[in-house]
Design a protein around this ligand. Structure first.
Ligand SMILES: NC(=O)C1=CN([C@@H]2O[C@H](COP(=O)(O)OP(=O)(O)OC[C@H]3O[C@@H](n4cnc5c(N)ncnc54)[C@H](O)[C@@H]3O)[C@@H](O)[C@H]2O)C=CC1
Ligand SMILES: CC(=O)C(C)=O
Length: 259
């Protein structure tokens, strides 16, 4: 059994989740990767192993409670505990003005981004309560969880839900010494934004890359965000330096949304 603390990260086969795994491994955690995409998961696990990371992986769908419970069981069977659980997996859904939204566009976003976070918190918290060690649950929110973005109605709704769930869970779990916070990134250059840029072309009349650039123009610090920028905040939230912080949805966006 591992003596290192254990961090579980959903949606970590690629993008922000993968970089969170790299960062927390550098911080001294054993890493449990999880994703619905088995291919990227296998590749990322291999890469981590080649870099000497103590790592395991689990294929799962965050919107299924049984998968979340099985993920936690896999982490405990492999490394003995769950100390940090990051509900990172999320999808952008369709890009459309609200007057054109079809019911079919809404359910997948709410299933993954909202139910996924609720079920992840439940599975992780039950394990942390049983361990009697406390723990840290960290959710992926967004600038879109602080301010509504046009043509991203369902996604915005899902991230506002994450903000509220973070408050509720922090209040419920504080007595177990479990903190619950979220990170709210801005415009991060991952495959999510490649897809968003493509989908926005239809409504903005933009060419490839232009929507991404248009959003980037609104960033005070003058550049888009890297997953490593996000990892700087999450590394802090997973560390003892954040022991007295709970129920907070913290922006890391280079200056886009000013609360
Ligand atoms: N890229 C950005 O600009 C921003 C991203 N975020 C949030 O950060 C998180 C990560 O986003 P990115 O890395 O950019 O996206 P991404 O699309 O590059 O990666 C998301 C990962 O989640 C996995 N995933 C999707 N559905 C899943 C499911 N049902 N179960 C398990 N895994 C699933 C995907 O396979 C993929 O590996 C998301 O929650 C997103 O909403 C928040 C603000 C900005
Ligand atoms: C992808 C995202 O979270 C945006 C547009 O804020």
């Amino acid at each position: 059994m591992s003596k290192q603390k254990v961090a579980v990260i959903t949606g970590s086969g690629q993008g922000i989740g993968k970089v969170l795994g790299e960062r927390l491994a550098n911080d001294g955690f054993s890493i449990v990767l999880s994703d619905i995409n088995e291919q990227t998961l296998i590749e990322t696990e291999k890469e981590f192993k080649n870099n000497g990371v103590e790592v395991t992986s689990f294929v799962g769908n965050v919107s299924k409670l049984d998968d979340q419970k099985a993920l936690v069981k896999h982490a405990v069977d492999t490394f003995g505990s769950v100390d940090v659980f990051i509900n990172n997996a999320g999808i952008e859904g369709e890009v459309a003005p609200i007057i054109e939204i079809d019911p079919k566009m809404v359910d997948p976003v709410l299933d993954i981004n909202v139910k996924g976070v609720l079920f992840g918190i439940q599975a992780a918290a039950n394990q942390m309560i049983e361990q009697k060690t406390g723990g840290k649950i960290i959710n992926a929110c967004s600038i879109a969880g602080q301010e509504g973005f046009e043509m991203l109605g369902p996604y915005t709704a899902s991230k506002f839900a994450v903000k509220g769930i973070t408050h509720s869970a922090a209040k419920e779990l504080a007595k177990h010494k479990i903190t619950v916070n979220s990170y709210c990134p801005g415009i991060v250059g991952t495959s999510m934004w490649e897809r968003l840029d493509e989908k926005m072309m239809k409504f903005l009349g933009t060419k490839k890359g232009e929507a991404f650039e248009k959003y980037a123009e609104g960033i005070a610090l003058g550049r888009t965000q890297t997953p490593e920028d996000v990892a700087n905040l999450v590394s802090f939230l997973a560390s003892p330096n954040a022991d007295y912080i709970t129920g907070q949805n913290i922006l890391t966006d280079g200056g886009m949304v000013f609360n």
